[in-house]
Design a protein around this ligand. Sequence first.
Ligand SMILES: C[S@@+](CC[C@H](N)C(=O)[O-])C[C@H]1O[C@@H](n2cnc3c(N)ncnc32)[C@H](O)[C@@H]1O
Length: 266
Amino acid sequence: MKANTRRGNRLVFDAVAGSYDQARPEIPAGLVADIVGFTSLAPGEKVLDIGAGTGQLTLPLGKAGLDVTALEPGEKLRELLEKKTAADDRVHVTGGFFEDYDGAEDGSFAAVFSANAFHWIDPAVSYDKAAGLLRPGGYLVLLWNVPTVEDGALRVALNERAFADHPDFVRDAHPRVEVLAAEGSEEMAASGRYETPRVELCSQPLVFTPDDYVTLLISYANAAVLTSEARRDLEDGVRRVLADHDVESIRVVNSVYAVIGCRAEQ
Ligand SMILES: C[S@@+](CC[C@H](N)C(=O)[O-])C[C@H]1O[C@@H](n2cnc3c(N)ncnc32)[C@H](O)[C@@H]1O
């Protein structure tokens, strides 16, 4: 995933923290287990989760028995994450941007993870700083979700009617996850700090009510930055299409890809 060129919006998720928490899916436990296996992470090993949100990756990492430092700059998101993990001594929640993070010495982490967040970090810092924080043989693991409405007719109607003025929401039948993963892999390799990355893909079926689907959409940065009037227009447009198609539940295929690179020895 290429670095976001609108990094000024990097805290926008905090303004929709409740919606974010309600609608965004957890990274599938099966994929996390595969990654833990491939990277030979043992229970209790220290990992960092950058841009933790309300725990979409932090929680499955904690359940996998890892000792997780969850870094989240958004105050409201962080509060929700702190509440959820208060009783879990494997999870340590901390604030601030990764660019400024000084909570651990170089070489501290067996793995550095980030889900749907690494593109928000300054690319002049992200790969180098993560490599520095990794112990020798440690892994950088970057994940992204690409949710796509399964029903073709509904997807086309949403694209053409509700998303006509919101091209970032338009989805093809096949979201080219392999291409995105290959680009992510090339980008990680080009940093020169990681050995040839490996890609893991997984498909997660999700079902939303119309209200929850609207909540999912407004948790995205593209919607969160709109004026309240423009956001209401987007919501109304989506609800009209769903009503016209008599939709009571929306099946979404969430394609998740992970790019996994071992720290290169220099
Ligand atoms: C799209 S959310 C991802 C949240 C969660 N990991 C998930 O998979 O749903 C991006 C997160 O990155 C955080 N973020 C943005 N810029 C960041 C930075 N420079 N350093 C650390 N986190 C950042 C935001 O506050 C937000 O919670």
